[in-house]
Design a protein around this ligand. Structure first.
Ligand code: ATP
Length: 352
């Protein structure tokens, strides 16, 4: 029960190779336009890549590499795609919506209804069986859509931001439902919410610009991000550059000194690396603050915003969290030039 997928779509700058092991749930995250939907569409058969090949459980989904192309249509792939909007058939009852897949696959009417009812019980929506989709709330409709996706008994479940269209009250309930449904099931879930990745997935894949920027267990990726997107998710400052001893030198000439938090693991100087530090470790001064081993560099404030009981001082992609009193004392305003100061001991440096 393994998915192996490799495909390129030139018009979208998309080139991704991904393997999903049996029973594994993979979260796919990345900025807008990174290729997340393209990946799901390619697996589901809604998009024909320019080249590549994919297999699910030994069955070829497509093979566009050789001279004789193979292409399996969406309904023959053993995949089920659950979109952000539930997309139920408006003229069918909830029960018939869920029974539709098994019926189309040739299952008898009574058996399909029995299976549909069982799945509606699983998603706690059996009391809605006789209703039409128009008579459901967003959260209820999404639960029914989950039952409908499972009714076809897919080998691989594809979820495209399934919680995004829900209000904050329905989302936690559905997240718990997904946790139950996805346990031990092979699935790919596209999400913008790091909580989904932490709670629902075994592993996260970060897409940036149509390529995999990094992948790994969600916790590891958040603790030691190797892409600016993952660092943003984890709320960490991220300065990429060239490794230089236990520091990183940026293209702009800024050097950030840090420490090697896995001693002896630093790759040779000259390689690509990152300096990563939390906004809470950054102090803000009006003048250059000397004293080693610290980093002090001039930045221009772009934004000030509340962050919990702190003030987040943004300077482009960098951030510092300081107290409201400190912000008032320094009379900080956007456009002002200040110095960000961070101790080397608070900066992790590692190769990418
Ligand atoms: N129907 C389309 N035709 C042509 N190009 C497209 C089409 N849909 C998306 N693209 C392009 O393909 C690239 C990947 O888009 P995709 O929708 O897969 O990104 P995404 O990661 O799902 O983004 P989002 O988070 O905004 O949904 C983008 O450059 C996008 O502009």
């Amino acid at each position: 029960m393994t998915l192996s997928f490799q495909a390129a779509v030139a018009g979208r700058g998309f080139d991704v190779a991904l393997t999903v092991r049996p029973g594994e749930t993979v979260a796919v995250m990345g900025p807008n336009g990174a290729g997340k939907s393209t990946l799901l569409a390619g697996i589901a058969g809604l998009l024909r890549p320019d080249s590549g090949r994919a297999e699910l459980n030994g069955r070829t989904l497509f093979d566009l590499d050789g001279s004789r192309h193979t292409w399996s249509p969406p309904h023959n792939r053993g995949t089920a795609l659950l979109a952000q909007e539930p997309l139920l058939f408006p003229h069918l009852s909830v029960l018939d919506n869920v029974a539709f897949g098994p019926r189309s696959a040739g299952v008898s009417r009574s058996e399909a209804k029995e299976r549909a009812l069982r799945l509606l019980v699983d998603v706690e929506a059996d009391h809605l069986a006789a209703r039409r989709p128009a008579e459901l709330s967003g959260g209820q409709a999404q639960r029914v859509a989950v039952a409908r996706a499972l009714a076809a008994d897919p080998a691989l479940l594809l979820l495209d931001e399934p919680l995004a269209a829900l209000d904050i009250h329905s989302a936690p309930l559905l997240r718990r439902l997904f946790k139950r449904v996805l346990a031990g099931r092979q699935a790919i879930i596209v999400t913008h919410d790091v909580l989904d990745a932490l709670m629902l997935a075994d592993r996260v894949v970060i897409l940036e610009g149509g390529r995999i920027a990094e992948e790994g267990p969600t916790r590891t990726v958040l603790e030691r991000p190797r892409s600016s997107f993952a660092a943003g998710l984890a709320g960490l400052n991220f300065v990429p550059g060239t490794l230089d001893g236990t520091g990183v030198r940026t293209d702009g000439g800024l050097r950030i000194a840090g420490h090697d938090d896995e001693p002896g693991q630093l790759p040779t100087p000259g390689g690509f690396g990152v300096a990563v530090f939390p906004p809470s470790a950054v102090s803000v001064f009006l003048t250059d603050a000397h004293g080693s081993p610290r980093n002090s560099f001039a930045v221009t404030i772009t934004d000030l915003e509340p962050h919990g009981d702190q003030v987040r001082v943004r300077a482009g992609s960098l951030a510092a969290d300081i107290t409201p009193a400190a912000s008032a004392d320094l009379a900080l305003v956007p456009g002002m030039t200040v110095h960000f100061v961070v101790k080397a001991a608070a900066v992790s440096v590692y190769g990418t």
